[in-house]
Design a binder for this molecule. Sequence first.
Ligand code: ADP
Ligand code: NI
Length: 240
Amino acid sequence: MSQVIKNTECFVREYMKKYDCSHDWYHVQRVVRQALALAKAELESRAVDLEIVHLAALLHDVDDAKYRDDRDEPFSCVNFLVGIGVDKAKAEIVRRIVDSVSFRKELLAAEQDKMGVSSPEEREWRRDCVELACVQDADRLDAIGAFGVLRCAAFSGARNRALYDPDDHAADEITYAHYVRQSSGTTGTAVSHFHEKLLKLTLMMKTKRGKQEAERRHAFMIQFLHQLDDEFSFGDGNGG
Ligand code: ADP
Ligand code: NI
């Protein structure tokens, strides 16, 4: 393993200690492993820079807006990478990927595309950057399936949100503004998050291998939600 990767791992492992267990070093490790696996599958049909994938996967949750505190020093991904010997152009690509990975950023970008405020270069880059696709798909894989269920409950617990409220109905169409309010406020429940985000991720996957794996995990989430409804209705006169 290169010294650049080792130094980045060392920094991120320490950094993630300030988040709860939905976004911890173990999450980063799973995303790295999955991103590299997706990248290797993509290598069969196109060129992929594995070092960019590895660095962006390691750094993707550093300075996450949901956890940012006004007292925190802003983190410069480019300065960090240049400081450990990465060339500036490569560091800029990693920074751009890290900035674009999240679901909320993708919602924002889609709204900006609709309004015609994003440049053609920006749209093409988002569509064609294979390294972004690998890191984004890997992060999404860890948001769905069995780990997705655990992480959603963990995040809800850390924010003191309810697990389930039968009167809380998730909105059908999620806008950027709604999602930002929801993820930084105290509204919504763990189960409404499935409807607002987690069940939408499978259709947003960009790599072939990622899509296949997402479908398996999606089926598990559907089964989980059915089980939940089933359990909830026990004793209400209709269920068992
Ligand atoms: P993104 O950066 O793509 O928006 P997040 O880091 O917000 O992704 O989400 C990662 C995971 O954290 C989610 O998949 C979910 O498990 C958990 N999470 C985030 N926001 C919420 C929320 N509002 N309610 C419950 N879980 C959440
Ligand atoms: Ni993540």
